[in-house]
Design a protein around this ligand. Structure first.
Ligand code: UT7
Length: 365
């Protein structure tokens, strides 16, 4: 009998309504559309406003609801939910508990997985391990962050980079050969604290008036060293996985890199020798959603994916954590997703106001 493997059978996603563009950003901090586009490649980002909802569980619950609707899966057959996030609603209970409760999944266990911007890679590999072992047949893996909850909108070095959003995939058991998650290379070096962290709020530095006054509950990043490590580690990880699995660049349909900076994505593509046409990029309108970037790319590019496409994911984040995963896509793209408001807005066919109106109509339907 063929070996059990885990294959992706559907993608759901959600980004909040509010779009913060560079023009508005330049009224918040001393920056400009020109600088942000040239140095980061972000034009707009989605922000979860308190009047709409709060917490990463809000974003993930919406994404999972869409996934269940698209796949027409009976929610009671979902056996686990794994949530990759750095911005859980609370220290405890887990975001996964809240998502499971919101949706009403009565036969599932779940937990959060924190590996910063590389979290979705870790969560996919963990989910696949439950499936390959025979423990589960159907699980949901979510990645997403409510980054605006920990971004300092007085720090121009960080605030233009980040956005809010979440997406998720259904992973199911299969014995079919040549589909599913084939291999992952995951690493941590523990050297990243100085350059990328949130200083207070955990058990090492408990919250106090002093930590709030010192603004230690926000993302702190030294951009340049992180940039250099990100390019080197992601490129090396992709090359390692490709070589180990005898893949040449012509075999790879898509590289899906963490969306941290468009210059990082271009540098990785150049270093590994893959044409940028085969690199998924949505940082221009999604920004860096941390654990959300990889599944949000899948969500938007799903209509273009075909069964048998060979994909390589790669990500890099705080820790430092990084890695690459090789996955063979299991179904032909979902054409209805191509007609989604997100793609119309992205292509400039509709305005921001029309996008809001279409989304509200869709949500109330
Ligand atoms: O997701 C986790 C992993 N994270 C990453 O991979 C992020 C990696 N790092 C980066 O993407 C980039 O380093 C940044 C986008 C964070 C910064 O870009 P940079 O080209 O490395 O800029 P820099 O920090 O070296 O700053 C260059 C100049 C500075 O001015 P001076 O000192 O040269 O006069 C900054 O003060 O740009 C200035 N600057 C800005 N100017 C306008 C920094 N932020 C801004 C801004 N608007 N928002």
């Amino acid at each position: 009998m063929n070996k059990l493997n885990a294959v992706i059978t559907g993608v759901g996603g959600y980004v909040p309504d509010y779009i913060l563009d560079n023009e508005e950003m330049s009224r918040i901090v001393d920056t400009s559309d020109e600088w942000i586009m040239e140095r980061i490649g972000v034009k707009t980002r989605h922000i979860l406003k308190p009047e709409q909802g709060s917490g990463t569980s809000y974003l993930m619950t919406r994404a999972v609801k869409q996934l269940l609707q698209k796949t027409a899966v009976d929610p009671q057959t979902v056996e686990a939910v794994i949530c990759a996030t750095t911005t859980p609603d609370y220290h405890f209970p887990s975001t996964a508990s809240l998502v499971i409760g919101n949706i009403g999944l009565t036969n599932a266990f779940g937990f959060d997985m924190e590996a910063a911007c590389a979290g979705f890679l870790y969560a996919m590999e963990t989910g696949a391990a439950f499936i390959r072992s025979g423990r589960c047949r159907r699980i949901i893996v979510c990645g997403g962050d409510h980054m605006s909850s920990m971004v300092n909108y007085e720090d121009r070095n960080t605030c233009p980079i980040f956005g809010d959003g979440a997406a998720c995939v259904m992973m199911e058991a299969t014995t079919e050969e040549n589909v599913g998650l084939i291999d992952s290379y995951l690493r941590v070096d523990g050297q990243g604290y100085e350059n990328l962290h949130m200083a207070a709020g955990g058990s090492a530095c408990m919250p106090s008036h002093e930590t709030v006054d010192a603004r230690q509950h926000f993302v702190y990043q030294e951009g340049r060293p992180v940039f250099k490590h990100a390019v080197t580690k992601m490129s090396d990880a992709v090359e390692y996985v490709a070589k180990k699995n005898n893949l040449t660049n012509n075999d790879i349909a898509w590289v899906i890199p963490h969306q941290a900076n468009v210059r990082i994505e271009s540098a990785v593509a150049r270093r590994i020798g893959v044409d940028e046409e085969h690199v998924m990029i949505n940082i221009d309108h999604m920004a860096n959603t941390s654990g959300g970037t990889l599944p949000l790319c899948l969500w938007e590019y799903e209509p273009q994916l075909k069964k048998g496409d060979k994909l390589i994911f790669t990500a890099f984040g705080a820790g430092f954590t990084w890695g690459a995963s090789y996955l063979i896509w299991g179904y032909d793209g979902a054409p209805e997703a191509a007609k989604s408001p997100a793609n119309f807005y992205k292509e400039g066919k509709i305005s921001r106001e029309e996008w809001y109106a279409m989304r509200r109509k869709a949500e109330n339907a």
